[in-house]
Every structure is written in structure tokens, then in C-alpha cells.
Design a protein around this ligand. Structure first.
Ligand code: GTP
Length: 347
């Protein structure tokens, strides 16, 4: 039986970084396939994991919800048939709802010969308060439905801030195990125990489905409170072909793409490192770029070397990288001014 672990978490939380730790130190003896669902068109994370021999299936889609029932179960089935892995790791989009993803996995457990083993959420310890307040519908859902919550960046938090973050998480989820020790300090075995022993998601998921008013029908789909005949995505379908959320539970139900915008481009443009630094520094200027929650990319430098960058509010990182087939940049946020971003990057 293939085990399935879901590693969710908001934009830039550290999901990919934690998954790297899992595959190198925790599940290193197992054959693993990673299914990533990026919000937006440009897949940037693949490199390291591909180098480590991990099979990666990327599902790039603006709306995770619409892909969950159709494409998603198809992807799961294909992965099992093609690779017969010991374990499938699913990294949903940072703005995906954990209950949706977990529900979709459970619906195809029997069909696909898989077993939902754990629901993990990685959360940036420094941003718990602000993300709960500003993006609660998505953020709380990821916290509430996790059996294990892994806090990232705790090494750069004061004890007081860490306590506050844990308290806020406990209010949303009294039962989860919360990993507060920075994961690079932990042995693989300790991480395995924290993830495996506490992550029997069955009861949590029952709760998830009741809470969200999902009805499970014989067709294996998870319906969001409405009964439609369509194949997938049972929100109200409007004539414009888009799915618009309905406010039928206390949290409201929005699609990621109603609230978040993802902009991405591939580019052969070359940059000075200082130019990228200036760009990342400037992303905090809301009046110019809107509310940028995440940026990442890989681009060629003027000197022919390559740079990879990662931005989350309050910090960024530029690293040397191996050349890619072309440069790629992706910016995600709310009300982002893509024309200004394009101007700055000359794309
Ligand atoms: N200092 C520190 N940096 C971290 C930690 N976790 C993640 N980061 C950095 O944060 C950035 C984002 O990490 P990712 O692992 O790509 O985050 P993600 O959740 O996969 O991000 P998305 O691509 O938005 O889904 C990278 O620059 C990481 O190096 C942590 O625990 N400590």
C-alpha cells in the first residue's frame, strides 16, 4: 500500500525545504514520488529534488480546487501504476486548502491503492499572527486540519514570539503536535516519529468534511454544499466560465484565484546581482507593486553565472545556481501590479 503524506503550508512557509529534509534524512530508504501543485504557471522548485532522484509530477494550475477531483485523482492513479512508490508526498499550492486536498485523497484511497498517512502543515513562525488575520480562510484551514504542524524560522524568533505563535495555533487546533525546534537541529528519526506517530488523520478528516459541509457522493467527488451535475468543482459555475465562491459556511469559501494573483514569466534577460537585490528590496513597497507575498526565480547574471532567489515579506535570499534552460520569475500576492514588475525586470 502506497502511503500518502500531504505537506501543506502557506506561500513561502518552507514546504519545499522541509520536504528536502524528509527525503534526504527521514524517508531516504523509500521510493518516493512528489506531486507538486504550484499556484501559477511557472514551476521553479524541481531542481534539487530531481537531482536527488525523486520523481516529480508537477501540476501547475491556478485553481487547486478545480483540479482536485479530475486531474488530481488521475495523477495519483498514474503515479501508483507507473512507479509503485512506497510513498507519495503531496505539496499542495501555498494557497490550497488542506481539507480539500485531504478530502480528495481520501476519496480515491481505495481506487488508487493508497492510504492517507499524514497531514502536515509547515508554518512560518514569524507570520502566524499576520497571516491568520489577513488570509484566515486559507491559513486557518491549513492549521486546523493538520495533525502535525512544523514551525519554520523558529531559530530567529524570541521565546516570547514563539510562545505567542504556538498559542495562536493552539486556538485553531488544540490536538496537533507542533514542532517548534528548528528542523536542522533534529535527527531524522525524531522528525519521523513526530510525523508518523501523531499523524493518523482519519478523525481529523471526518471533522474536516463535516465542518466544511462537504457531501460525499457515490461519484467519489467532494461537493461543497451544493448539488450540481458537473463532473468537477461544485461551486456555482457562472457564464464567464469561472468558479465563484459561495458563502455557505462560516468561513466563506473562496477560490485561491479570487484572492491571490500569480504572475510568472520565462525570460532570457540577464541581470546584475545588485539589480535583483534592488528589485527584491523594493517588493515591500505596496504602493508600487501591491501586496507581494512570495517571489521566486532563477535568472542568468551578466557574467554568465546563474542566480536563484526567494522572497517572502521581510526577507529574501539570492543563491548561486546551476544554469536552467531559460530564466524564470514568479510573483504571487494580492492586488499585485504586474505592469510595474514587468517594467522593473524589463520583460
Ligand atoms: N532561515 C530559514 N529560512 C527558511 C526556513 N524555511 C524556509 N526558509 C527559506 O524560505 C524560503 C522559502 O522556502 P520554501 O521551502 O521554498 O517555501 P515553500 O513553502 O515551498 O514556498 P512556496 O514556493 O511559496 O510554496 C527559502 O528561501 C528557504 O530557504 C527556515 O526554517 N529557516
Amino acid at each position: 500500500m502506497t502511503k500518502v503524506d500531504i505537506i501543506s503550508g502557506f506561500l513561502g512557509a518552507g514546504k519545499t525545504t522541509f520536504i528536502k529534509r524528509l527525503v534526504t534524512d527521514v524517508f531516504q530508504k523509500e521510493q518516493i514520488v512528489l506531486i507538486e501543485n504550484e499556484f501559477g504557471e511557472i514551476g521553479i522548485d524541481g531542481g534539487f529534488l530531481k537531482d536527488a532522484g525523486i520523481e516529480i509530477t508537477e501540476m501547475n494550475s491556478g485553481c487547486i480546487c478545480c483540479t482536485l477531483v479530475g486531474d488530481f485523482s488521475e495523477a495519483l492513479k498514474q503515479v501508483v501504476e507507473q512507479y509503485h512508490p512506497d510513498r507519495i508526498l503531496i505539496e499542495p499550492s501555498g494557497v490550497g486548502k488542506l481539507s480539500d486536498v485531504a478530502g480528495a485523497v481520501r476519496n480515491v484511497e481505495e481506487d488508487c491503492g493508497i492510504e492517507l498517512n499524514s497531514c502536515i502543515t509547515v508554518a512560518d513562525g514569524k507570520k502566524v499572527k499576520s497571516y491568520l488575520r489577513n488570509f484566515g480562510e486559507f491559513y486557518s484551514n491549513q492549521i486546523e486540519h493538520a495533525a502535525t504542524i512544523v514551525l519554520s524560522r523558529t531559530q530567529s524568533m524570541t521565546d516570547e514570539k514563539l510562545k505567542e505563535a504556538v498559542h495562536l495555533i493552539r486556538e485553531e487546533n488544540p490536538d496537533a503536535s507542533i514542532i517548534t525546534t528548528p528542523w536542522d537541529k533534529l535527527d531524522g528519526e525524531v522528525i519521523r516519529k513526530a510525523v508518523e506517530q501523531t499523524s493518523k488523520p482519519t478523525d481529523l478528516l471526518k471533522k474536516a468534511c463535516l465542518h466544511q459541509e462537504h457531501y460525499h457522493h457515490g461519484d467519489g467527488c467532494c461537493h461543497h454544499g451544493h448539488h450540481h451535475d458537473e463532473e468537477c468543482c461544485h461551486h456555482s459555475h457562472h457564464e464567464d466560465g469561472c468558479c465563484h465562491g459561495h458563502h455557505h459556511d462560516h468561513e466563506g469559501h473562496h477560490h485561491a484565484d479570487e484572492i491571490f494573483t500569480s504572475w510568472g514569466t520565462e525570460t532570457a534577460e540577464k541581470y546584475e546581482r545588485t539589480e535583483i537585490e534592488r528589485f527584491l528590496d523594493a517588493l515591500t513597497e505596496e504602493h508600487t507593486y501591491g501586496t507581494v507575498l512570495r517571489a521566486k526565480g532563477i535568472v542568468e547574471g551578466m557574467d554568465g553565472t546563474w542566480m536563484e532567489f526567494d522572497y517572502v515579506p521581510g526577507e529574501y535570499e539570492i543563491r548561486d545556481a546551476k544554469p536552467d534552460y531559460t530564466g524564470k520569475v514568479c510573483v504571487i500576492g494580492t492586488d499585485i501590479h504586474t505592469d510595474k514588475i514587468q517594467q522593473t525586470l524589463h520583460v
